[in-house]
Design a protein around this ligand. Structure first.
Ligand code: ACO
Length: 329
């Protein structure tokens, strides 16, 4: 009998504080109209000053664990996808382990920017299908507000904070992860394209770096836009091809929530009708590694993703990295 990996529970958590476009109008030279037209974003959530990525993760993880009806002591591995870890080390995953009491797990972070959650899901799938693990917790979580340059209108309007989590378990059911694909291209590992110059071994955080905002996100939005529109459909098609599934069979497409225009272009290129494309970028902005798992969790809560539905998740991020997962709930 074939052994599959299945998401048996999901959870998400968004901080309560809302930052609206009109709030941003008071901070930088922008307008609600510009942000809505160019990005589709209306508001985003911001974590309180004393809240770290693991705090959001623990909230989301507890919900996922409860819904999967697993004992935290039965979780064997914790993977946290994030580019905003609590600290470089210990890993955010270790703080999450402590927060949920998963004493028997191994724990580590995944750095693959916005594609991180699907990297985690791909790893969990491989480790479960190969028989090495039965129960893995995968989290995508970010507190972006600390790495956003709040004086840079090109980037500060785009991002938000949030977390999502999934319990992935071995099953002999047909349902579960049907195909998964991840990729990257280090030729695009370019700080001017998308990244943070200072804070790592290449450029430590000095007062000079801080004065020049080099510890904050830099992005060439126009280039990233073009790459996203090309890479996400390509990634989605790889998973569909692997599974020999036609795009018409998809019940719900959940693309990375970076920008409504990118989401619409991806749906259009793949030939997925608008009503089958999940969108919540209007409410949360781009929460990086958390977007697709927050969206999947919300889609389940809203009844837009139901048992037996065929769901396609697709994402891309800095690196460049990308990935797609086809699953039957
Ligand atoms: N308010 C008002 N005007 C603005 C703002 C703003 N917030 N931001 C930029 N502008 C101005 C620019 O300065 C420019 O003015 P200029 O023509 O006088 O120079 C003008 O608006 C147009 O700028 P463009 O860059 O051409 O605008 P575009 O339509 O490309 O939209 C955006 C910009 C929204 C950033 C878009 O390019 C985008 O969404 N790119 C993808 C971003 C993304 O997905 N990033 C995350 C990747 S995932 C990860 O790993 C983190």
């Amino acid at each position: 009998m074939k052994r599959n990996a299945k998401i048996t529970g999901t959870g998400s958590y968004l901080p309560e504080t809302v930052l609206s476009n009109s709030d941003l109008e008071k901070m930088v030279d922008t307008s609600d109209e510009w942000i809505r037209q160019r990005t589709g974003i209306v508001e985003r959530r911001i974590a309180e000053d004393d809240i770290a990525t693991s705090d959001l993760s623990v909230h989301a993880a507890r919900l996922a664990i409860k819904r999967a009806q697993v004992d935290p002591l039965d979780i064997q591995m914790i993977l946290v996808a994030t580019v905003t870890p609590d600290t470089f080390f210990p890993s955010t995953a270790c703080y999450v382990q402590k927060g949920i009491g998963a004493k028997n797990a191994s724990a580590m972070d995944i750095s693959a920017a916005c594609a991180g959650f699907l990297y985690g899901l791909d790893l969990a799938n491989g480790l479960i299908v190969s028989g090495q693990y039965d129960t893995i917790l995968v989290v995508g979580a970010e507190v972006f507000n600390n790495i956003v340059d709040w004086n840079d209108r090109n980037t500060c309007v785009l991002f938000g904070d949030g977390a999502g989590a999934a319990v992935v378990q071995a099953t002999d059911e047909e349902n579960g992860i049907i195909a998964s694909y991840i990729g990257s291209d280090g030729d695009y590992a370019d700080i001017d394209l998308l990244g943070i110059p200072a804070g790592g071994s290449r450029m430590p955080v000095t007062t000079d770096a801080i004065d020049n905002n080099l510890n904050k996100i830099k992005m060439n939005g126009r280039e990233v836009f073009k790459l996203g529109v090309r890479l996400m459909p390509e990634a989605a098609e790889r998973a569909l091809k692997k599974a020999n599934v036609s795009v018409d069979e998809i019940d719900l497409l959940i693309p990375h929530q970076a920008n409504l225009r990118i989401i619409e272009a991806v749906g259009h290129r793949l030939g997925v009708p608008r009503e089958k494309v999940y969108v919540n970028v209007d409410k949360y902005g781009n929460t990086s590694a958390a977007t697709v798992i927050i969206a999947l969790d919300e889609a389940i809560r809203e009844g837009r993703a139901k048992p037996d539905d065929l769901i396609l998740l697709v994402t891309f991020g800095a690196g460049l990295t990308w990935g797609s997962t086809l699953l039957r709930l």
